[in-house]
Structures are given as C-alpha cells and as structure tokens.
Design a binder for this molecule. Structure first.
Ligand code: BG6
Length: 494
C-alpha cells in the first residue's frame, strides 16, 4: 500500500457529536485514518451536542460506538487510545448565544497552532445550518482556513436549498463549503471516471450510437428503522434520487474535462443536470413510479409495513421511486436512463448497468445457444467491481453454440483489501481543502430544479404510492416502465 502522508493539524468539530452519523460513520472513519497515520500530531476532535457529558463521558460513549462499528480484525487498542485522547466534548445548545463562548474557549485553548485548519461538520438538521454558521462567525471562529461540511439533505426543495445556501454563503466562501454526497466518496464511484477516461476502449462506445439504455439501481433491504421522523417528510425522491442517483447518472453521462481539478469535474456534472429532459406533468405521469412497502419477507424474516415502521397509517410518502429520463445532448439524445431506488427491496445493491445495442447483423443465424445484449455492469456495492458481459463460443465440436459469458473484476480480490468507507476519503479531502468530490451550490440547485416538478405533480394529483411487498423488486409498475419500451430491469445480472 502506498504511504499516506499526514495532513496539517486540524480541529475537527462535529455538531451532532453524539448523534448516529457521528458515532456510526464519522468517528470510525477518523479511527481508520488515524490508524494509517494520516491525522497529524495535535489534531483534535471536538464533539458538540446538548448532552451534559464531559470529555471522559464522551470518550466512553465513542469507545462503545467504535467497538460496535469497527471490525474486530481492524481493532488496534493503541490507535483507539490515541483517537480517544484527541476527543473533547462541548455541551452547547446551538440556538443559545450564551453557550457559544464555551466552544470558542475550547478551540482557542490548546490549539496546535494559530494556523490550524478548523473543520465544522454540521451533522444536524439543515434548519440549523444557517444559524450555526452565523454563531461561528460571531464567535470569531471563521477565518480563511475554516471549512464547513453540510450533510444532506440541503433543503427539501429549490427554495429551501437556496435559503440554506444563502445563509451559509453569508459566512463562508463557496470554496470553504463542503456539501457531502457520500456516494462520491465510494471507491467504485470514483473509479467510474478512471474507467471511462483513463482507458481508450470504452469511451468511443459511450454514446447513443452504441448504448441502448442505462439502468441505475440503488436498492436497500433495510426499512426506515428509527429514521421515520425524518424520512416521512423526505421520501425516496428527496432522500436518494435528488442526490445519490443523479450524481451517479452525472458520472456515467458527463463529458471528459481537459484535466481533473476542483471545478472541472463539477462543471461537467452540472452540464448533465442541466441537460436532463424537463419533467413536465405528462412526463411525470408517464415516466415516474412511486411505491411504498407493505409487510413482507426479507431474507426469510417477516418485516412490518412502512406504516407500521412509522407508527401510524395513512402516509403517502414514497419509499420507492422508478423513473425514466434522458440526457438531451449530442452524445446521449434518445438513450433512456432508467433510475430506481427503494427501501425493503429483495436485496441490497447499488449498480449501474450500461446495456449496449445488438450487433447490426446476426452472423450466426443457425447457431444453437443464446445471446444477450453486451453490458457493462458497474457494481458500486456490495462486492465492488465491474463485469463486462458478452457472447462467446462454447468450446466443443459440432457447430457453433453461443453462450453469454463475462469478464469479472472484483476490487477486493484485485487490490488485496476491501475499499475504505466513503467517509474516510471525504473527511480527509475536507482537511486538505479539496472540494472536487463535494457538491457545488449550482449542482445542488440544478438537481432540485429538475426534481421539483415531480414533487409538484405528485402533490397535485391524487397520489398514492403503489404498494409493494417488502422483499420484492418494487411495484409491478416499475417493471412496466421498461416493458412498454421492450426492455426489462437486469435483475441479479452476474
Ligand atoms: C443516505 C440516505 O443518504 O444514504 C439513507 O439518507 C440511505 O436513507 C443511505 O439508507 C444509503 O447509503 P449506502 O452507502 O448504505 O448505500
């Protein structure tokens, strides 16, 4: 493994420091980076929350979380102790100005140097983003080395996203604002750009001449669990499509920039978002499907319906979306992009499948066997990797028998280790000040502008999501969306 150079010392402040995201994702990610020697001496991690705990109490809480979320084989007691030694807790009600001097004093007291990088990670409700930023400024904690990290959702529609961006933008320059879409930190997602643009064989095929259609699926077998309060106001379109699925679509469809830097990739992604076919009311009625899970069986175990998970019936929030769109530009015009995502589906998988057209002429009309369309299958998770499906001759005498076969690249096998969690890369990019893998303001707003007509149409029409039993591939209407075009979802495409 190549050595990982340590970064500048940093004060990493997490608002929502005792929350689920901090304990489940952020602190384990920092543990792994510390283990690889990437956190410089003097780096401090300051959890901020309303909880009345002191540093030691917080360290106990974090140790318990690390025990749960770090694999036993990755556990290194010395690193755990080192990480816990960096930890502090500040009890603070973000809305109470009287509390803020405590954070100020803690950050000023014992900082590694005056030039320390200050990261403020807002793992709290977006309604607090603006106010926290304002207090940070009033408390004198924002200088040119400060950065703020915003967890999604950035708003619930275009207007609220703009209001948040305005409020945060009054305090921080765009270069200091890191809007997380953790899908961009996944190794297989970053590799999509490398596969497309560091190789010659694929790119000539990635256009409407050769591609029949593209499928993007992010399916989860889990339900909403404890997150019903948030989720019921969001739904799958806001929670997953507006960000993760559209970002994946952008990376599949974007043009190659002349070089990769903090702006060029984001410029190209923005152009894709701006080229998406606008969702008119007729398009929404024809090309979108909303679903909600009923009780069912997942991995052989009975699971409750969404209404039961929520604790009350009558919600029309969608836990599943399938839709068809098109990137209206020279490269992609006429190529359907089918997107779907859902909770409580039959499997957990995130994948992109590029389905190529049939050869122009069938040269083996009298052959036995079968053929399938050529496909490039990018497995984002689990089992990150890539498969190329094509047709081969089955060995043996007596005529030609055609067989679908595949070339299979599995990252873990090829590189000899599992990929790091997306947050590890993203958190270190924040400290480095590299925003390439974060969503720029114009991207977030363009994505909302495209999604908003779907939300509007769904609220205008008597909209009830179609029910699907938990543990299935979603409502049958999602299958019909492709069947009417003579296509089908590539299920279990291995
Ligand atoms: C989050 C959504 O952004 O992504 C969750 O809010 C979802 O609802 C999660 O479960 C999926 O992430 P991953 O990395 O597990 O695919």
């Amino acid at each position: 493994m190549s050595p990982v150079p340590p970064l500048d010392p940093c004060d990493f402040t997490v608002f929502g420091g005792t929350g689920d995201l901090a304990l489940r994702k952020l602190l384990p990610a920092l543990y792994h980076r510390d283990r690889d020697g990437q956190l410089a001496d003097g780096t401090r991690i300051i959890g901020v929350s309303r909880a009345e705990v002191d540093d030691d109490g917080y360290r106990d809480e974090v140790r318990a979380a690390l025990t749960t979320f770090i694999e036993a084989g990755d556990w290194d007691e010395a690193v755990v102790d080192r990480l816990l030694g960096r930890l502090h807790h500040v009890t603070l009600d973000a809305l109470d100005p009287a509390d803020w001097p405590r954070l100020h004093d803690r950050l000023k007291d014992g900082a590694a140097s005056d030039a320390v990088v200050r990261v403020f990670y807002l793992a709290v409700a977006p309604a607090l983003f603006g106010e926290i930023c304002q207090h940070l400024e009033e408390t004198g904690l924002v200088d040119e080395r400060a950065r703020v990290v915003l967890e999604k959702p950035i708003g619930s529609d275009l207007a609220s996203a703009r209001a948040i961006n305005d409020a945060v933008g009054r305090v921080f320059d765009e270069q200091q604002i890191f809007r997380i879409d953790h899908y961009l930190g996944k190794e297989s997602v970053q590799n999509l750009l490398v596969t497309r643009f560091a190789n010659i064989f694929l790119e000539p095929l990635m256009n409407s001449h050769w591609v029949d259609h593209v499928q993007i699926t992010v399916a989860e077998s889990l339900g909403v669990g404890e997150r019903g309060g948030y989720y019921d106001h969001a739904g799958a379109l806001r929670d997953m499509v507006q960000n993760h699925l559209l970002q994946l679509l952008c990376l599949v469809a974007m043009e190659p920039p002349a070089y990769v830097d903090r702006e060029t990739v984001r410029d190209e992604k923005l152009k894709v978002l701006q080229a998406l076919r606008p969702m008119t009311p007729a398009c929404v009625d024809r090309d979108t499907v909303a679903g909600q899970y009923d009780a069912g069986l997942v991995d052989g175990a009975a699971v409750p319906s969404y209404a039961e998970d929520l604790g009350h019936p009558g919600s029309t929030t969608e836990t599943f979306v399938a839709l068809k769109t098109e990137v209206q530009n020279w490269r992609w015009a006429g190529v359907p992009f089918y997107l779907r995502t859902g909770k409580r589906m039959d499997r957990r998988v995130s994948e992109i499948i590029v389905v190529f057209k049939d050869p122009p002429h069938a040269m083996f009309p009298h052959s036995e066997g079968s053929t399938e369309a050529n496909r490039l299958h990018i497995r984002v998770q689990p089992d990150e990797g890539m498969q190329l499906h094509f047709t081969a001759k089955e060995p043996g005498p007596g005529g030609i028998r055609l067989r679908p076969v595949s070339l299979d690249l599995n990252y873990a096998d090829t590189f000899g280790r599992p990929s790091p969690d997306a947050y590890e890369r993203l958190l270190m990019d924040v400290v480095r000040g590299n925003p390439t893998l974060f969503m720029r303001r114009d991207e977030v707003e363009a994505a909302w502008a495209w999604v908003e007509p779907i939300l509007a149409r769904w609220t205008q029409t008597p909209h009830r999501p179609r029910r699907y039993p938990a543990g299935t591939a979603g409502p049958t209407a999602a299958a019909t969306l492709l069947e009417r075009d003579g296509r089908s979802w590539q299920e279990n495409d291995t």
